[in-house]
Write a protein that binds this ligand. Structure first.
Ligand code: EPZ
Length: 417
């Protein structure tokens, strides 16, 4: 398993490009199942999860090619409507094929995703919504067995604004007979990207980005060529690297529209953040101010940036609090930060961080995707050489992050073992 060695203390300066968004491209790839023929998606990030999604779709009979940030998916010869456990257990987003398979083929056999490091992450709301559209759902042997005649539009009220649930139901409803209204829908920018994708295929979806989405089902959707949005979480992570190293970084091609809360919170740490079109510049000189964070569904502060901001707070002036309201176990990075000298107390979903003067390097272990990013940020400022193990977690969601940071002046290297 690869690891990173980071020699802390370098100030990061320069320009860096944001890659395509993992959490947008995965649902777009699943949505290709809605149309017969070859769809092409550009600006695709080179990530483990993207390769896993390609394998999953190929396993069903999709003809796929992935090269140089473009993926093409031809579902003309699809012969299997299944997502097997060995793939689903490595990537929960596999469950996003459920809605499109039901909508296009009237059947799907998808492994239940099981839990993950950050929480139980059930999919009960996905299944409730699909049943509201007329699907028959049976759970046997760890698999979801779903069948339907043609799905029929209906009103669906979600108990909570689930991102994946909203995406699955939007895709299912796109080919249903009649109108579907999703109330309390998730409002993330990646949902808007998916709605744009389906509308370009010939779908009729309005309200994406709000908590009320209306989908008028159509008879058929066409394959298209599309460019996925950029990754707002990678962008936020790179900006945080500028803050923690007292740097000056221009992060190019950011999806600024979906980043306002994150930019405001980074400003509150004392950073000078200037936006020019899709480019965001972060300049930091002086002490990091302590801030309080409460993660919320979009447009609130994103849970996927929580660990990264905690890294900043470990060396901030004073006491910060972070309340994680989305996932029940998303503080796995705390014990690793403590090994580096951080002063953090956790009480349920609340963490209290008392800023210290510096972090010490130490061997630490990545436990999940964003916890890994947090440890990289901490390593950039820790005194000495920090070793981060199990960085395969990082490779799921960050394209060549070590190259991007190295070009900005970081002393970081990947050690293959
Ligand atoms: C998406 O996960 C993202 N993943 C996550 O990013 C992100 O953290 C999350 O949304 C929240 O923004 C992708 O888009 C591939 P949810 P998802 O359904 O769809 C509960 C990353 O680091 N819930 O909005 O799984 C669930 O337990 C990853 O890039 C139910 O109870 O998130 C959780 O507590 C991590 N029942 C909360 O809702 C359901 O049926 C949010 O889950 C569905 C969800």
């Amino acid at each position: 398993m690869d690891k990173f060695i980071i020699f802390g203390g370098e100030r990061l300066t320069g320009e860096v490009q944001v890659s395509g968004a993992k959490n947008a491209v995965l649902p777009l790839m699943a949505a290709c199942l809605l149309a017969r023929g070859q769809s092409i998606i550009h600006h695709v990030p080179a990530l483990r999860d993207v390769r896993t999604m390609v394998r999953l779709l190929e396993d069903m009979g999709t003809k796929a090619s992935l090269e140089d940030h473009t993926v093409s998916l031809d579902t003309s010869m699809l012969e299997k409507q299944e997502a097997a456990y060995d793939l689903v257990r490595t990537m929960r987003a596999s469950v996003l094929v459920l809605g499109p398979l039901l909508a296009r083929y009237g059947r799907a056999r998808v492994s239940l995703p099981g839990g993950c490091a950050i929480g139980a992450r059930p999919i009960n709301l996905h299944l409730m919504g699909l049943e509201r559209l007329g699907a028959k759902i049976e759970l046997t042997g760890g698999y979801i067995h779903a069948t339907c005649d043609r799905l029929v539009g209906n009103n669906i009220r979600l108990d909570m604004p689930t991102v994946g649930g909203t995406e699955n139901l939007m895709m299912a409803a796109a080919l249903a007979k009649g109108r579907t209204i999703i109330e309390n829908a998730a409002r993330e920018p990646e949902i808007v990207d998916l709605a744009n994708f389906i509308n370009q295929m010939g779908g009729v979806i309005s309200g994406a980005g709000t908590d009320l989405i209306v989908i008028d089902g159509v008879e058929e959707l066409q394959p298209i060529e599309y460019t996925v949005m950029s990754d707002r979480i990678e962008a936020g992570t790179l900006l945080a690297a500028g803050v923690i190293t007292q740097g000056d970084i221009l992060v190019k091609n950011c999806p600024v529209e979906g980043m306002h809360v994150v930019l405001d919170k980074l400003r509150a740490t004392g950073a000078d953040i200037t936006v020019n079109g899709k480019d965001v510049r972060v300049q930091m000189s002086g002490p990091i101010q302590a801030i309080d964070i409460r993660t919320q569904p979009h447009p609130g502060f994103p849970t996927d940036m929580q660990a990264q901001v905690m890294a900043l707070m470990t060396i901030a002036n004073g006491r910060s609090t972070i309340s994680e309201t989305i996932f029940e176990n998303r503080f796995m990075h705390v014990s690793e930060l403590r090994r580096m000298g951080a002063d953090i107390i956790c009480e349920g979903s609340m963490a209290v961080i008392r800023g210290c003067d510096f972090l010490q390097s130490a061997p630490v272990m990545a436990t999940d995707l964003r916890a890994s990013a947090c440890l990289v940020l901490a390593g950039l400022v820790a005194q000495g050489a920090t070793e981060i193990r199990r960085i395969y977690h990082l490779d799921r969601g960050y394209e060549k992050i070590e190259n991007k940071l190295e070009e900005l002046g970081a002393k970081i290297k990947r050690v293959h073992s």
